[in-house]
Design a protein around this ligand. Structure first.
Ligand SMILES: Cc1ncc(COP(=O)(O)O)c(C=O)c1O
Length: 467
């Protein structure tokens, strides 16, 4: 969460300006940065807060986020009913714990955990927490292995593409693991096997493969990376496990690419995470993490809480958390079933392919991906388009409320600026056609009114929103 700083003394006594029809006593005082001495009626409070929030963007037009922005009324009702249940109180809310157990079992099947392997998993607040837990298990296992062999444990490292989501940088910084980023180069926009293996040594706790890349929606080749690590083991003896960050793909690949091997079918994959609040179709925040076998999760990371007179093992960074999202995840599983999830994800992919084809036909853009892996694609302006940039296009789209991010790629492609569209449940073909029409209109305006571009060094730092 952003860190907020205490406001300047000169504005500390600022008051909110409240419409007199909301309040019974005219002149009711509502300080902006201090706790008011007295309260107000619920309706008045609701109206004041709602009025403030109308400046937020329209979540349905947010094509930047991977996170669910639409759920059906029945699911919303269920979430409201469960908002007061604390996920950690297993003893008080045993049925919520039971729903979590069912979700973990459903996911273990979707991710092809070998039967009888006792694959173990849990819910989290999102993929970031799930990645932290996956990374910690790798670190603990590597350390235990080295200690048992009487070897040095001072310099663990983790190998990943420079396109990883920021949660992996956080993991490395917080747990003092050296991140070894494989840079992106033209024509290779994510991690490949040979480059991953080349970065590994005896201190590598694991390799992270992403399904799919936050930058452009493409899947990293899990089997190829795993084979390169097999070869590394044969040649140098380092047995390096993999974690698959399937934040989005964990709920897409099982339905749209069921034959693609990226999950526990690949024996080197020790753990997998996914966000229930992305293509799992639940409002934020819920994530999932799963280990192939119980011993992939070291015992000393597990804490026991009370459960029906006994104890239940838990692994989490936080303690209290609402049970609503887990109930909603289970609701989605039984509401949609395998067929329904496939239909939803297929509809997203159809829209993504329609949009990317339409954008490719406009002329000034080049596609980096089409939206065939995740229903997510990235595109850039042709090199000879110099009268405006993707940042100008993004800003103009914002005029009608469309939120389409523009950003530069990470190392070594920081000079490449792209736009990215994430198609999610609820973004219909009709909305897609409206977006295409608006985009065409804005391109015509920009072609007739070229923008003065800042110098490249500033352009490279220019970012709109990204995730
Ligand atoms: C590949 C990947 N990993 C991790 C995350 C972090 O996920 P969360 O927002 O669920 O914490 C994201 C978010 O976009 C992602 O795309």
């Amino acid at each position: 969460m952003p860190l907020h700083t205490q406001v300047d003394e000169s504005v500390q006594d600022d008051e909110l300006n409240v419409n007199p029809v909301y309040v019974r006593e005219l002149g009711a005082e509502i300080p902006r940065y201090r706790l008011p001495a007295n309260g107000m009626l619920p309706r008045a409070a609701l109206q004041v807060v709602r009025d403030e929030l109308i400046l937020d963007g329209n979540a349905r037009l947010n094509l930047a986020t991977f996170v669910t922005t639409w759920m059906e009324p029945e699911a919303e009702q269920l979430m409201a009913e469960c908002a007061a249940k604390n996920m950690i109180d297993k003893d008080e809310y045993p049925q919520t714990a039971e729903l979590e157990r069912r979700c973990v079992n459903i996911l273990s099947q979707l991710w092809n955990a070998p039967s009888g392997s006792q694959a173990t998993g849990c819910s989290t607040t999102g993929s970031s927490e799930a990645c932290m837990l996956g990374g910690m298990a790798l670190l603990w296992r590597w350390r235990a292995r080295r200690q048992a062999a009487g070897q040095d444990t001072a310099r663990p490292n983790m190998v990943m593409g420079s396109n990883v989501q920021v949660c992996w940088e956080k993991f490395c910084r917080y747990w003092q693991v050296e991140p070894r980023f494989v840079p992106m180069v033209p024509g290779r926009l994510h991690l490949r096997g040979a480059e991953a293996a080349a970065q590994c040594d005896e201190n590598t706790i694991g390799v992270v493969a992403i399904m799919g890349s936050t930058m452009d929606g493409s899947y990293e080749p899990v089997v190829e990376i795993s084979q390169a690590l097999d070869q590394l083991q044969a040649e140098q003896g380092h047995d390096v496990p993999m974690h698959v960050d399937a934040a989005s793909g964990g709920f897409v690949a099982p339905f749209l690419q069921p034959d693609l091997e990226w999950d526990f079918r690949v024996s080197r994959v020790a753990s997998i995470n996914a966000s229930g609040h992305k293509y799992g179709l639940v409002y934020p925040g819920v994530g999932w993490v799963m280990w192939r076998t119980p011993d992939a999760l070291p015992d000393d990371l597990v804490f026991k809480v009370n459960y029906l007179g006994g104890e239940m093992p838990t692994f989490a960074l936080n303690f209290s958390r609402p049970g609503a999202q887990v109930a909603a995840q289970y609701y989605n599983f039984i509401r949609l079933g395998r067929h329904g999830y496939r239909q939803v994800q297929q509809a997203c992919r159809d829209v993504a392919l329609h949009l990317s084809a339409g954008i490719a036909k406009m002329g000034p853009f080049e596609l980096l991906t089409e939206g065939r892996d995740l229903p997510v694609f990235a595109f850039k302006l042709r090199d000879d388009i110099t009268g405006y940039s993707v940042f100008d296009v993004s800003e103009r789209l914002r005029l009608r409320g469309w939120q389409v991010p523009a950003y530069t790629f990470p190392a070594d492609l920081t000079g490449t600026a792209v736009m990215r569209i994430v198609v999610r449940n609820g973004f219909s073909m009709d909305l897609a056609n409206l977006l295409l029409a608006d985009l065409r209109k804005h391109l015509t305006v920009l072609e007739h009114h070229p923008q003065t571009q800042p110098p490249p060094e500033i352009q490279r730092k220019r970012q709109s929103f990204k995730h």
